[in-house]
Ligand binder design. Structure first.
Ligand code: NAD
Length: 289
């Protein structure tokens, strides 16, 4: 396929390289990042999109996505598909999809999980919103960049799935960290705490696969001085998106809201910026009621 790839940062660069390595013709554009291996430089986003079968965007936020889409949509040929892989607010995802559809294009929102390692290794998971036909057409590209693609429903459904998942993740990580800190103060050994909880009803991905206590459970960022991993500010971004979506949908999400507030304090007023999101554990340990 002929692919336009816009946004070649930490995630977009390895994704574009993997598509090129699989034999696709990739034209790339980024306002700052260098061209990754295998990607031909375009002079603008519109130039990267011209003549492409699929245009993929991997951008920082919904506002930038909207402005890039406004330039790219008129340049795309009828029937081509605009596939946004960024994590953005549900309203922006839906707005861009409806503009693309009105211009005779296909549109998918396809945010990912798996992080930079998953982008490099081609093992991302894609959560996809849009039509069946568009999903089927882009699926071969998802299969190159990732190991799993789930068609979640109509436009916006991919972003909805992503932020609901990450809201659970933020809440369970905080619950796991505050429970470890309580266990410490009760004199309970951390390894014993892990042995019980990881095989009892308190188990979760945060405890079992990404244990926030150093030296306990599988290797995780806690064992690397809480270097990310998944940075606290990226968790805050996703919790802010969940908060916006809850506002638009009039959904009551008190735990998500509290997790958002705690990560905001951690990133903006404590020492959380640039640390892994599991560094909530030393934060709770250092605090007393
Ligand atoms: P990044 O900041 O490394 O890359 C974004 C790129 O977009 C940058 O190179 C920037 O120069 C470029 N850009 C900004 N405005 C542009 C414009 N108008 N036109 C063209 N290019 C423009 O960010 P990233 O880590 O690659 O993340 C990209 C998206 O993926 C974000 O939405 C993020 O939330 C999501 N995501 C990131 C991770 C992760 O672990 N990094 C994991 C899952 C999802």
């Amino acid at each position: 396929m002929k692919i336009g790839f816009i946004g070649l940062g930490n995630m977009g660069a390895p994704m574009a390289t993997n598509l090129a390595a699989a034999g696709h013709e990739v034209a790339g554009f980024d306002t700052a990042a260098p061209m990754p291996e295998g990607v031909t430089a375009a002079a603008s986003a519109a130039e990267a999109a011209t003549g492409a079968d699929v245009v993929i965007t991997m951008l920082p936020n919904g506002q930038i996505l909207r402005s890039v889409a406004a330039g790219v949509i008129p340049a795309m040929r009828k029937g081509a598909i605009l596939c946004d892989c960024s994590t953005v607010d549900v309203d922006s995802a839906r707005a861009v999809a409806s503009e693309a559809t009105a211009a005779g294009l296909g549109a998918l929102d396809a945010p990912v999980s798996g992080g930079i390692g998953g982008a490099q290794g081609g093992t991302l998971t894609f959560m996809v919103g849009g039509s069946d036909a568009d999903f089927k057409a882009v699926r071969p590209l998802f299969d190159i960049m990732g190991q799993k693609a789930v068609h979640c429903g109509d436009p916006g459904a991919g972003q909805s799935a992503k932020i609901c998942n990450n809201m659970i993740l933020g809440v369970t990580m905080i619950a796991t960290c505050e429970a470890f800190a309580l266990a410490d103060k009760l004199g309970l050994d951390r390894q014993k705490m892990f042995d019980v909880v990881s095989t009892s009803s308190g188990y979760s991905w945060s405890m079992n696969a990404y244990c926030p206590a150093p030296g306990v459970g599988p290797k995780s960022p806690a064992d690397n001085d809480y270097r990310p991993g998944f940075a606290a500010e990226l968790m805050l971004k996703d919790l802010n998106l969940a908060h916006m979506a809850a506002g638009s949908a009039q959904a009551d999400t008190p735990m998500g809201q509290l997790a958002r507030q705690l990560y905001e304090d951690f990133v903006e007023r404590e020492d959380g910026l640039g640390r892994d999101f599991s560094a909530m554990l030393p934060r709770f340990v250092a605090r007393n009621r």
